[in-house]
Unconditional design. Structure first.
Length: 138
């Protein structure tokens, strides 16, 4: 499957959550990012209420901590029931529920947890991403 982009590799992605809800998002395709990332409110809507909790006293079992150039952050590790781009879909993809800055212009980030089993090629000369999964549906 080939996806054309303007400035950075991006695609529309469909996420199916634990509650069966399906939502479509604008995603940044980032092979340098370890996990896929979804905002906490969207994780909640997709059936992951534990991702939206912010209890400072008790820490959830699925708490995930990370560090970036901006400092430290925390998010919940969840397993999205299905992730699809066009006809390419993959079940049980790990996501971190973390609020992405709105200024980025993207709803979610597709990282290695989705892209690792794929044959991903980003061609900046023609501004296109080619993706196909070995383990998922074609």
């Amino acid at each position: 499957m080939r996806i054309h982009f303007d400035r950075v590799p991006a695609a529309f992605v469909r996420l199916r959550g634990r509650n069966g809800c399906v939502r479509e998002y604008q995603a940044l395709v980032s092979p340098a990012t370890e996990y896929c990332i979804v905002p906490k409110v969207d994780a909640y809507r997709l059936g992951y209420p534990e991702a939206a909790r912010g209890d400072p006293i008790t820490q959830p079992v699925n708490l995930f901590r990370g560090v970036t150039f901006d400092g430290f952050w925390e998010g919940s590790l969840i397993s999205m029931k299905e992730v699809a781009i066009g006809s390419v879909s993959t079940p049980n993809v790990d996501f971190i529920a973390y609020d992405i800055p709105q200024i980025s212009g993207f709803d979610v980030i597709l990282g290695k947890s989705f892209l690792a089993p794929s044959r991903l090629v980003i061609d900046y000369d023609v501004k296109a991403v080619r993706i196909g999964h070995e383990g998922g549906t074609k």
